[in-house]
Design a protein around this ligand. Structure first.
Ligand SMILES: *Cc1c(COP(=O)(O)O)cnc(C)c1O
Length: 522
């Protein structure tokens, strides 16, 4: 008996909702599967998809009930799964039951309202729906021809975002998987723009190309250094420029480093300004850095992976003044623009240079049936296969509207300001960095230690206290915070950016920190 027969499903019109009762078709196997060839049949897919969506909605409705970080030890999960794939087919119901039993309790709940670690992100409802549709299309958007609408909708949403961020029309762009890839592409373009002909000739063993140099602040993201490794420049090529009291790059130190390297026969090719560093969300002075870049003929790449989202709010555009002078900019919609991982926006007024750095079209990918030139985004990337990422941005931007997105980003910044004010008013805590966006860096500093923070013994005690405080706060299961080090000091970060988080959750996190700090001090 087929599952459709069991449910009388085959006689139903295909658009009618199919009831899932006790003897659900999900428990059995569908016709195509029993035949041994072919995919799940569309009617069975419909039933299974409805049940899957129910599981998704139930998860989202109940996510607050889980501890944010699952209280399990590494290695404890693998043994719960069979060591080999089953030989015989299994019904979807078994898989969904196992998702509830084995997956949901053992994931770190990024969608939990108390997730305030790293950078808060959200796989928003409209974003999840679009991901489902993209999966159903199954298209590889490597060429215009392999998915015309993915290509042209990408042009559309990239331009929507470009406008929303307040950047000039000269900026084109594309969507990549992550900021790491976007910055790799940007620095690959910088290497090409410097006239190295690296894409054709490589740079190893070249006597006509001096050692190349890239500049970024001491606080710049590790992905910049990794890009230098990957591009054959080596980690040594990345010169870390010192930062000021607010962890922002010192442009005078940048100019000095460039001059020093030129005098030593090295070739400076690029500078990376970070608008919202990963540790403390510091803002490099992009206008002054752009001046140095223009004077020295350097490619200016702006890494605004997290902070860039704030530029959608015109009143919050101050820190970005001058970024329109960049040769490339990265903003991650999968960080603070409520788009499910992965989606990174790379913008550049020099798209042909990006293409020169990565284009390679073998015969089997050549488009023969078009007289007009087409836009093949894979020419701009080190990888060929491309997901249809534009659809989820189209959904997210339309569902919330730019006003809705502005309101949410504003709210996150306001809650961060409220938390900042509470920390400043508490004699037993201190802020460790300015709060330009929605991430707060703090530590417990008992009042009796005020003024003695730099004594070596006190430094060590404060590090120890805060490390234990972070562990205690996270052990409540109500919240998840992460840490960094600023000027060597152990720092607790509260990163607001998750759409499920409310102001109440932020204030609850503060209450937990205060309560646990008091408890640890006895
Ligand atoms: C998170 C972050 C990155 C890396 O982002 P991925 O998309 O994970 O590669 C790069 N730069 C900054 C400033 C970041 O905050």
């Amino acid at each position: 008996m087929t599952t459709n027969d069991a449910n009388g499903g085959s006689s139903q019109p295909s658009h009618a909702p199919v009831p899932i009762d006790g003897r659900a078709p999900l428990d059995g196997l569908d016709t195509e599967q029993l035949a041994g060839v072919g995919d799940m049949d569309p009617e069975h897919f419909r039933i299974a998809a409805h049940a899957t969506v129910d599981a998704m909605a139930d998860y989202l409705a109940g996510v607050r009930g889980f501890p944010v970080l699952p209280p399990i030890e590494p290695g404890s999960l693998r043994g719960l799964f069979p060591g080999a794939a089953p030989d015989a087919p299994e019904p979807v119901a078994a898989m969904l039951a196992d998702v509830g039993r084995l997956v949901a309790p053992n994931t770190t709940h990024w969608q939990h309202p108390g997730f305030l670690a790293y950078f808060g992100t959200t796989a928003s409802g409209p974003g999840i729906l679009a991901e489902m549709l993209v999966a159903a299309l199954g298209a590889n958007a490597m060429l215009w021809r392999t998915s015309p609408v993915a290509t042209e909708l990408e042009e559309v949403v990239v331009d929507w975002l470009r406008r929303a961020l307040g950047l000039p029309e000269a900026f084109g762009g594309l969507l990549t998987d992550t900021a790491s890839t976007s910055s790799l592409i940007a620095l690959g373009a910088a290497r090409e723009a410097a006239g190295t002909r690296a894409a054709a000739e490589g740079i190893a063993g070249r006597t006509d190309v001096p050692r190349l140099r890239v500049y970024a602040s001491a606080e710049a993201h590790s992905s910049i250094e990794k890009a230098c490794m990957t591009l054959g420049l080596g980690r040594e090529s990345l010169v870390r420029i010192e930062t000021d009291d607010a962890y922002a790059m010192d442009p005078a130190a940048l100019a000095e480093a460039v001059a020093r390297d030129r005098a030593a026969g090295l070739r400076p090719i690029a500078v990376v300004a970070t608008l919202g560093t990963t540790s403390s969300t510091a803002i490099d002075p992009v206008e002054a850095i752009a001046d140095v870049a223009a004077r020295e003929g350097l490619w200016l790449h702006v890494d605004a992976a997290y902070g860039g989202a704030a530029a959608i709010v015109p009143e919050r555009r101050g820190p970005f003044a001058g970024w329109e002078g960049a040769d490339s900019i990265v903003v991650n919609p999968h960080k603070w623009l409520f788009t499910p991982l992965d989606a990174s926006l790379l913008l550049s007024p020099r798209m042909t240079v990006l293409r020169d750095a990565f284009s390679l079209v073998p015969e089997y990918l050549r488009t023969l049936d078009r007289a007009t030139p087409v836009h093949d985004y894979s020419e701009y990337t080190p990888v060929l296969g491309r997901r249809f990422r534009a659809l989820k941005l189209w959904f997210v931007l339309r569902y919330f509207g730019l006003d809705g997105i502005r309101r949410r980003i504003d709210a996150h910044c306001e809650w961060a300001a409220d938390l900042t004010a509470a920390i400043e008013a508490d004699p037993d805590f201190e802020l460790l960095a300015p709060v330009p966006f929605s991430t707060v860096c703090l530590r417990a500093r008992p009042r009796e230690l005020a003024g003695r923070e730099e004594e070596p013994e006190v430094r060590a005690d404060l590090d120890d206290l805060n490390e234990r405080l972070l562990a205690a706060a996270n052990a409540t299961g109500e919240i998840l915070l992460s840490h960094t080090r600023l000027r060597g000091r152990f720092t607790i970060r509260v990163a607001i950016g998750n759409l499920h988080t409310t102001r109440g959750d932020v204030m609850r996190a503060w209450e937990i920190l205060r309560t646990e700090a008091a408890r640890l001090r006895g």
